[in-house]
Design a protein around this ligand. Structure first.
Ligand code: NAD
Length: 486
């Protein structure tokens, strides 16, 4: 049986807790590996290794050297592309076509983009006159924050982890990563990549395990961690923020969402259907930026619902490497239970089930997988649980609207504020919506187009801070002013 280990100080180690857990693929429930859980002592060691690396060879590298090394990390991920692809697909069950085009290439790109960014960061300087008339020069320098704790979710494991590890290392920090217990493999594999290209031991560490009373809590409570970056549920973010309060340590949070899509009658209809299909059902609806609330202007409401129904019923569910597969399973049987409970709740709350609503008929050998049907509802009240709470499954509620003011009010009536997608051919309206929606990212006539130089993050309870391009410097570096009397 394959083993997945911790990666501490440049070595793959089982750890000292003596505890292991099973890693099963959600495709058919079969066992793919045994994972060694890190105990508190292992987290101590990982943090100590990361601390020591800060003042070693890594800390002495200049920016171009560090950037060149991170380019080699990206090249090595690409060289071992198929291994990463197979590991990610086995852990998540997602279609290989998706991981091949998004997860793995972005996993590599995250190292290159931030390596290039840090080479081009300007610094500010100001001159002034001292009271005695002599000149004074102020200039700012950026230093690494130190040891960064990186806590990751399971929906885009390598992509979201490297989205944080890339800028953290580019800025000269060291990291201790806690991957999701559901998807431990690619983080461990990245350890092999780090060793192969010569990243000094201790710069990149991985501790495997769960959240509370396990590696996640041990890491976020650890006083040797200088800052914590986290992607996951808003509730978990609340717990981590409490842990970070001890020692007043900064956090960067990318949290949950309940994102709206807004479809105006003047839109390119086919593009709006295509975009909304992807935003509702890609990755089996397990994308933080995905759409679970769809608002459609009344004149095209019936036609839009009918088109979505037809497309959703055409989605083929199946094994990841089957080229026909358009949607995989959810991440786990536990998550399947949660999503199905929302499917039942929608019916109890009076929804019209346009399509789906249950477990699909799969081949007998897949019936132990975490499958659910792509599901569309209409007719729910605005305060129904399925309209207000993040489900994180392949489902959406579609509701008609009559005016721009009404839809802005509906879209913003949520504690979340991650993303929105607006479909319209009216240029002025597009810009008005971009300004009116309380979100971190507003797409106009598109969804999931990402330029990694742009600020990324959530408004309201969807996050704290922005990462991406130079915005990542705010979290991953300390800015110091040096004041020199000449
Ligand atoms: P989760 O919050 O359950 O878990 C995320 C990570 O936190 C896991 O590694 C988990 O082990 C760890 N964890 C759990 N409790 C902890 C604790 N008390 N202390 C320390 N660590 C702890 O999230 P998930 O189910 O893995 O991912 C789905 C969620 O992530 C959804 O809410 C989704 O919207 C969100 N998400 C947000 C973004 C974004 O960019 N805003 C991106 C992807 C996912």
């Amino acid at each position: 049986m394959k083993e997945v280990q911790n990666f501490i100080g440049g070595r793959h180690v089982r750890g000292t807790s003596g505890r292991t857990f099973e890693n099963r693929t959600p495709v058919d429930g079969s066992l793919i590996s045994i994972v060694h859980e890190a105990g508190a002592a292992d987290v101590d060691q990982a943090v100590a290794a990361a601390r020591a690396a800060l003042s070693g060879e890594w800390g002495r590298m200049d920016v171009p050297e560090r950037a060149a090394l991170l380019h080699r990390v990206a090249d090595e991920i690409n060289r071992r592309f198929d291994e990463f692809l197979e590991a990610e697909v086995a852990d998540t069950g997602k279609p290989a076509s998706l991981a091949r085009h998004i997860d793995i290439p972005r996993g590599a790109a995250n190292f290159k983009i931030f390596a290039d960014m840090v080479k081009n960061v300007p610094t500010e300087s100001f001159e002034m006159k001292a009271p005695d008339g002599s000149r004074v020069l102020n200039y700012s320098i950026r230093t690494p924050k130190g040891v960064i704790g990186v806590v990751c979710p399971w929906n885009l494991p390598l992509l979201l982890m490297t989205w944080k590890v890339g800028p953290a290392l580019a800025c000269g920090n060291t990291v201790v990563v806690k991957p999701s217990e559901e998807t431990p493999t690619t983080a461990a594999l990245l350890g092999e990549v780090m060793n192969a290209v010569g990243v000094p031991p201790g710069v990149y560490n991985v501790v495997q395990g769960f959240g509370p009373n396990s590696a996640g809590e041990f890491l976020t409570r650890h006083p040797g961690v200088d800052a914590i970056t986290f992607t996951g549920e808003t509730g978990t973010g609340t717990a981590i923020m409490k842990a970070a309060a001890e020692g007043v340590r900064p956090v960067s949070f990318e949290l949950g969402g309940k994102n709206p899509a807004i479809v105006f009658a003047d839109c390119d209809f086919d593009a709006a259907v295509e975009g909304t299909m992807r935003s509702a059902f890609a990755n089996c609806g397990q994308v933080c930026l995905g759409t679970e609330r769809v608002y459609v202007e009344r004149p095209i409401f019936e036609r839009f619902v009918a088109a979505m129904k037809q497309r959703a019923e055409g989605l083929k569910l199946g094994r990841p490497f089957d080229p026909e597969t358009g949607m995989g399973p959810l991440i786990s049987r536990g998550h399947q239970d949660k999503v199905l409970s929302y499917y039942r709740k929608a019916v109890q709350d009076g929804a019209t089930v346009v399509t789906g609503g249950g477990i699909p008929a799969m081949a007998p050998e897949l019936m132990d997988g975490a499958w659910v049907q792509p599901t569309i509802w209409t007719g729910l009240a605005d305060d129904a649980a399925c309209v207000r709470e993040e489900i994180f499954g392949p489902c959406c509620h579609i509701r008609p609207f009559d005016s721009e003011d009404e839809v802005v009010r509906l879209a913003n009536d949520t504690p979340y504020g991650l993303a929105a997608a607006v479909w319209t051919s009216n240029l002025s309206r597009a810009h008005r919506m971009g300004a009116a929606l309380d979100v971190g990212i507003c797409w106009i006539n598109s969804w999931f187009l990402r330029d990694l130089r742009t600020p990324f993050g959530g408004a309201k309870q969807s996050g704290i801070g922005r990462e991406g391009g130079v915005h990542s410097l705010e979290f991953y570096t300390e800015l110091r002013n040096v004041c020199v009397k000449l």
